[in-house]
Design a protein around this ligand. Sequence first.
Ligand code: ZN
Length: 485
Amino acid sequence: MSNKRGLFPILLRLLLSAAAIAALPGCSLLGGDGASKVAGSEAASAKPQVVRYDGEPSKELPFVYTGRRELALTFNGLADDKTLRALLDELDKYGIKATFFVPGMRAAEEPDLVKEIVSRGHEIENNTLSRLDMTKLNYEQIYNEIHLDNEIIERETGVRPSYVRTKSGDYNDDVRLVAAQEGMKAVVRSSFFLHNWNGQSEREKLLYIRKHTTRGGILTVDTEELDDVASVIPLFAEAAKEVGYRFVLLDELVRHGSERKPLEQIEGYDAIRMNADYGNAKYDLIYNKPNAGKKIALTFDDWGTDYTITKILDILDKYRVKATFFLRANGVEANPNLARAILDDGDEVANHTYSHPVVTTLSPERLQEDILRAYRVITEAIQERPTMLFRPPTGKIDETTAKVIAAMGYDKIAQYDVDSSDYLRDHTAKQITDDVLSQAHDGSIVLMHMLDDTHTEEALPAVIEGLERKGYKLVTVTELIGEKN
Ligand SMILES: [Zn+2]
């Protein structure tokens, strides 16, 4: 159905019908928590007075906490019939189920389209009635925007929305209170919002989407804002396929996810701390393990996209090898699920600073602040105490700096004695493999990286096979040095 009626009369009609519904005693449409908070509903007033909810605000969802290889593709707005049907056909073609945040006004104008979305197996959620800027509305206006959208979508589809997201994704505490008042599960944001292209090539578009294809991600496109919205679906499909992730409905993603404990509730969260008294701190600089026999530890430094790190994890899995990952925590902060995925795979997760400074260039206090921040970010991301090893960026360290680090609780500073030089973009897979195999000996620690656009992943199978051919067993640093951290 496509009609030319203006929006304002529809809004009026909706408000009046909502008031009429509210005036009916015991009306099931306003049942539940919401009804008790709509004062005056029994008094048959022309318009119900909304009372501010005094319970807990609803949850916020910028992404879903999970290490699973899943994410959600979501849409805002409801484009015209032709655009929307082309989008639905494209989603069907790639077997993607998506979540549509639909404004109530558009759902009321296009009930057939909304029913079509549901009949094709997608999910409909609340994009507010008319997509106003919620931060400029009072509580009652916000209530009406969210409540009436729920009413219309339930009327047209038979299912009441569980999630609400505003047009821009911005909201204030009142939006969270109204969502709770409406009995909804969460106020949703986006881990990635694709607005519009700016002359990129198809390849550049794919790389951009790939960069944001993260575990537990909530990827968003506005169907009314993005030109030719159907044309991006093959890019999303290809990016997910390349990294081996699957699009699921938002509610499924949430059900598979878990709650994150606040940092202070994680055992060992304070095992690393600021300590100005470092003069006599004892440290152990570990370059390799003498007398280790035929054992070698592979280590991966820094950070990368899901695409790169998942590939490394898959290769390690294929060869049943466990490794030690030294994480740059400002990357972890932006994508904590990927750090958890490394841990879930059975590998070790350790500290490589927050901002990757050369540690000898910082004052003791600034250095400790950076390392402490990294420890907290990593601990919160993986929800447990990380492996108690620290590695300085670039390997540069001196005696004073080593003491400053040891005084915090990192008495084991994990260096390396085999440098693969794989961080150099023009270092080929063959060169990386040769560098490792020519330097490796009993008890070596091998430095590699998890950086994008290098040849690490290409070299890794040959590195593992070459070392195993020489009779080496590949172990974590903890196992190599023979101590449980
Ligand atoms: Zn590094």
